[in-house]
Write a protein that binds this ligand. Structure first.
Ligand SMILES: C[C@@](CO)(OP(=O)(O)O)[C@H](O)COP(=O)(O)OP(=O)(O)OC[C@H]1O[C@@H](n2ccc(N)nc2=O)[C@H](O)[C@@H]1O
Ligand SMILES: Nc1ncnc2c1ncn2[C@@H]1O[C@H](COP(=O)(O)OP(=O)(O)O)[C@@H](O)[C@H]1O
Length: 302
């Protein structure tokens, strides 16, 4: 009972990149981006409670693929926050995982942002939003957006966010692939494929921002773009069949989610999403299909 009363649970969304414009490799190994994030209604739940030391547990269908040591982004978040305040990270972090692992949907980032917010509440630190966002950026390029949710443009390596207005609800299907793809490997493949190309400065598409602002699904479908898609397809050619299956079933557009291998299908409404999900599942070109909506709120104490 004591443990229950003193636990804090935070719900955190997955993301899809509706535009991922990638620049050339920087000297620090990162790439400058114009990264338009949209949070979708697939969530992990991170629960923290006092413990003798730092401990991570995980439940859910993909739990066996999640590291439970100090490399887990949730553990790193707790350690960073505790270090800033000169306290010990004595906390049990439990992750109820529903976001595909290594799928290009920022599941690890979600858990990092979730653990940070949850520990801040558990330890009564009352950190400012700006302080939390700064720690998020230290944890990873995508982590600030997991805290923020909604929609945002991320520049720099994706960590410098500007919130974007969204004027409606979008319907998506996500086809979860068997096995993950390593984000660094996909960026390396992007570099290899662009070896002899002058990669332009990344810039957000005005048509895309307008489509988000007005909630115009057809316009959003026309503007979706992911510069990492050729690299993900090069490393995982079978994704082409998944993309084709969703389009044939009536999706307005299909793309790889971030670094993949999850693929995303935008549909005109919930019924169309169910039809696409059924076709994807029946085709055997993916492990499972998930119907979602966007935008979704960022990390929230529940
Ligand atoms: C590609 C994206 C799209 O949102 O996410 P996923 O689709 O994997 O979830 C992100 O750029 C991934 O962000 P995140 O997974 O937080 O990356 P980080 O931990 O910061 O960096 C991991 C590695 O990815 C590469 N990386 C990441 C971000 C960036 N702007 N340029 C890069 O080259 C680097 O090789 C880096 O060492
Ligand atoms: N809390 C976490 N959940 C999932 N993966 C994690 C977590 N912490 C660290 N990782 C590591 O990060 C890798 C990328 O995971 P994830 O964030 O799910 O994918 P992506 O970067 O494609 O969005 C995993 O393969 C795993 O080794």
């Amino acid at each position: 009972m004591e443990e229950q009363m003193r636990s804090v649970t935070v719900r955190v969304p997955a993301k899809v990149n509706v535009q991922l414009a990638v620049g050339g490799a920087r000297p620090d190994g990162f790439h400058d981006l114009a990264n338009v994030f949209l949070a979708v209604s697939l969530f992990d739940e991170v629960t923290v409670s006092p413990s003798d030391g730092l401990r991570v547990t995980c439940s859910g269908p993909d739990a066996d693929q999640v590291p439970l040591d100090r490399t887990n982004l949730a553990a790193r978040a707790a350690e960073l926050l505790a270090a800033r305040h000169g306290i010990a990270p004595d906390v049990h972090i439990h992750i109820a995982k529903d976001i595909p692992v290594a799928g290009g949907m920022a599941g690890g980032s979600a858990d990092g942002a979730g653990a940070l917010l949850a520990c801040d509440a558990l330890w009564g630190l009352n950190s400012s939003r700006a302080a939390l966002l700064e720690i998020c950026a230290e944890l990873g390029s995508d982590v600030p957006f997991s805290l923020a949710g909604g929609a945002a443009l991320g520049v720099g390596r994706g960590e410098q966010l500007t919130e974007l207005p969204v004027g409606g609800t979008f319907h998506w299907v996500f086809a979860v692939a068997d096995g993950g793809l390593s984000t660094p490997a996909v960026y390396r493949e992007f570099d290899r494929l662009n070896e002899d190309v002058r990669v332009p400065e990344p810039a957000a598409s005005q048509a895309l921002l307008q489509a988000l602002r007005t909630g115009d699904t057809t316009a959003l479908a026309a503007a979706l773009a992911n510069d990492l898609q050729p690299a993900a397809l090069s490393l995982r050619p079978s994704l082409a069949a998944t993309l084709e299956t969703g389009m044939e079933a009536g999706a307005l557009a299909a793309l790889v989610s971030g670094s993949g291998p999850t693929t995303a299908f935008l549909t005109k409404d919930e019924d169309a999403a169910q039809t696409v999900a059924r076709a994807l599942t029946a085709s055997g070109t993916c492990r499972t299909a998930r119907v979602t909506t966007s935008p979704a709120p960022g990390a929230t104490v529940v």
